[in-house]
Design a protein around this ligand. Structure first.
Ligand code: M5T
Ligand code: MG
Length: 596
């Protein structure tokens, strides 16, 4: 959380050349559109600046000389300029947006690909919302920059340049008078930018607070409701919400001051033109047409100035977002593949742990000097108290994490010498907490793998005893699975995950039995399912119910990260050690299960 806040507080300069260079690599494939956009920008910016010139010609040349035909012609030209402007504007808007969307699409794909490669360690330390925000909000603010921000900044700058070019062309001394207010304008803009930048950091910070509070409470709504915490939580939310509001109002304040200041400067410019330009007209040094054209130019001049200061925000946000996105893309919390990996065409399923030490956090060993082996086709069971390190044992076998010391081998080859994909291809895993994706029952069993046919899916479900409840669902295997399977019971979800493991027909099967209890009937179903799953494979079963494992070839007893006892059910009972005590404690429960 602390780190998340730090991230969200990244201020970002409005322009950071290092970040910009990196961003440009994403623009490169769409160079064509960029060139087009720039050309169209120059045109779109110049066209409005032509209008005062035309009005000057109309006044000074045709109206002054009572030339109706000339006046008609100039009106047609004005109309044509307007139409041309509309057309170019259309293409400019469309293609800028088109380019922006293409760029952010590429970027989103790249982020997703990268996130998929990250090791579990990354996900352990990163709140979900933070990763999601990178792909959504942050990418969106880049889109805004690419599609409107940069384009707008370009066109605003061009408009200002064109206006000056035309003004100097018409009457350079009057143009200099207009230029007089520029230093004040630049100063006001600089102060404004600085202030907005400061408040922006506050706004971001409080928004991040609001988001994470909201996210947590929506997820844990059942706890809030059951403990009747609505009122307390609402008060806390109101406080956070209030801070966010205050930060926003503060930033609005600077806008509220800045825009009237710009108005005031514009009024002063207007006054100067009337005073100086009017005087020149009286002295016949200047035509009325030029004076009126200048009025129009100064009027036109302020819109891009205001726009620019607003776009400053867009640019700044985009820079900050890019910085966060690049930080994620540069995060290399990977589980590395060996440089010259050993290819495994077939596996027998022999596993050996040799003096394995492992820690999630450096120095805090959760597995200490663990050694054991599993022969092909054997079933071993792991038991032990909660937190003993059972799940950790299988987390390192699948290389979700790498070990600190010792070695783990599959068919005599160190698993770090294998490609992760290869290693995991041979392993199916039923996790302690079942995760279902949105989709339907079928896609949750084959995980979208088309090589697994419908017949195989149904076969797998039948084998583990899931078919019974699935066939009673209104849409059977097509029944929709919503929000992580919230509409299914815990036991049903577990049976689906068994079917999933079986459908993939792995050589090595890992079962991390759920701690949550299910009803006796489901319990029996699950026991039977497990027995069927184990046949003919190397299996590791983490069991909380000792009844599951009495037939195991070998039982490992874990205690505080150490392997304390190892042997068959009978051998361990005879030993009268930890296993014996565990068995005694559970004995009553076992009786209940058996007698029903
Ligand atoms: C063993 C710690 C946990 C415990 C020890 C999964 C996980 C565990 N731990 C972490 O620090 N980070 C993690 O991601 O490691 O935990 P375990 O291996 O999950 O224990 P278990 O499977 O035997 O327990 P249980 O409750 O599933 O029976 O100190 O804090
Ligand atoms: Mg566990």
């Amino acid at each position: 959380m602390a780190e998340q806040q730090k991230d969200d507080e990244i201020l970002g300069k409005a322009y950071d050349s290092k970040i910009m260079r990196r961003l440009l690599t994403y623009v490169k494939p769409y160079k064509k559109y960029v060139v087009m956009a720039i050309i169209m920008n120059i045109i779109v910016a110049a066209l409005p600046a032509v209008r005062p010139l035309l009005s000057k010609i109309a006044l000074d040349t045709y109206i002054a000389n009572k030339d109706y035909n000339g006046l008609l012609m100039i009106s047609m030209i004005v109309l044509a300029v307007l139409i041309l402007q509309a057309v170019v504007q259309y293409y400019l808007t469309y293609y800028s947006e088109y380019m922006g969307q293409k760029i952010v699409y590429d970027l989103r794909v790249q982020i997703f690909k990268h996130v998929q490669k990250l090791a579990l360690r990354y996900f352990d330390k990163t709140p979900v919302g933070r990763t999601v925000t990178r792909v959504t909000n942050d990418v969106d603010s880049l889109n805004e920059m690419f599609s409107s921000g940069i384009v707008q900044v370009f066109s605003d700058v061009f408009v200002i340049i064109w206006i000056y070019v035309f003004m100097f062309g018409m009457a350079w001394d009057l143009a200099l008078v207009v230029l007089l207010v520029m230093p004040f304008l630049i100063y006001a803009t600089m102060v404004f930018r600085k202030k907005v930048r400061e408040t922006y950091r506050d706004v971001r910070k409080h928004l991040a607070n609001l988001n994470s509070y909201m996210q947590e409470h929506v997820t844990g709504m059942n706890i809030v409701q059951i403990f009747a915490k609505e009122k307390d939580e609402l008060e806390k939310f109101s406080a956070i919400n209030g801070e966010y509001r205050a930060a926003n109002i503060k930033s609005v304040f600077y806008y509220a001051v800045f825009f009237p200041v710009v108005e005031l400067l514009s009024a002063i410019t207007f006054g100067l033109i009337i005073w100086y330009g009017g005087g020149e007209v009286i002295q016949s040094k200047l035509t009325l047409g030029v004076l009126i054209a200048f009025f129009q130019y100064t009027e036109m001049f302020w819109r891009p100035v205001r726009d620019l200061s607003e776009k400053y925000n867009v640019l700044q946000q985009a820079m900050a977002s890019s910085e966060r996105i690049f930080k994620l893309l540069d995060d290399e919390t990977f589980i590395p593949d060996a440089e010259n990996p050993v290819k495994l065409e077939k596996v027998k399923g022999e596993i050996e742990f040799k003096n394995v030490w492992f820690a999630y956090n450096p120095g805090e060993y959760v597995l200490k000097n663990v050694s054991f082996d599993i022969k092909p086709g054997e079933t071993i069971a792991i038991v032990g108290a909660t937190g003993a390190g059972k799940t950790s044992l299988i987390n390192i076998l699948t290389r979700f994490y790498d070990i600190e010391k010792g070695s783990i081998t599959l068919d005599g080859i160190d698993i770090r010498q294998l490609e992760k994909r290869d290693l995991r291809k041979y392993i199916s895993m039923v996790l302690q907490d079942v995760f279902l994706f949105s989709g339907n029952i079928k896609t949750n069993i084959n995980l979208g793998n088309d090589e697994i046919t419908d017949a195989q899916i149904i076969e797998a479900a039948k084998t583990v005893g899931a078919d019974k409840f699935i066939s009673k669902l209104p849409n059977k295997y097509e029944e929709e699975v919503k929000e992580k399977g919230a509409t299914l019971s815990v036991g049903q979800r577990q049976l689906i995950s068994f079917a999933r493991a079986l459908a993939y027909n792995p050589q090595i099967l890992i079962l991390d039995e759920a701690t949550s209890s299910v009803d006796t009937e489901t319990e029996i179903l699950i026991q039977e399912a497990i027995q069927k799953l184990l046949v003919g494979r190397t299996s590791i079963v983490i069991a909380h119910r000792l009844s599951t494992i009495q037939n195991a070839n070998k039982i490992l007893v874990m205690h505080k990260g150490e392997l304390k006892e190892m042997g068959t059910h009978q051998e361990l009972l005879a030993k009268k050690g930890i296993y014996y005590r565990l068995y005694q404690l559970q004995y009553k429960d076992q009786e209940v299960v058996r007698t029903v």
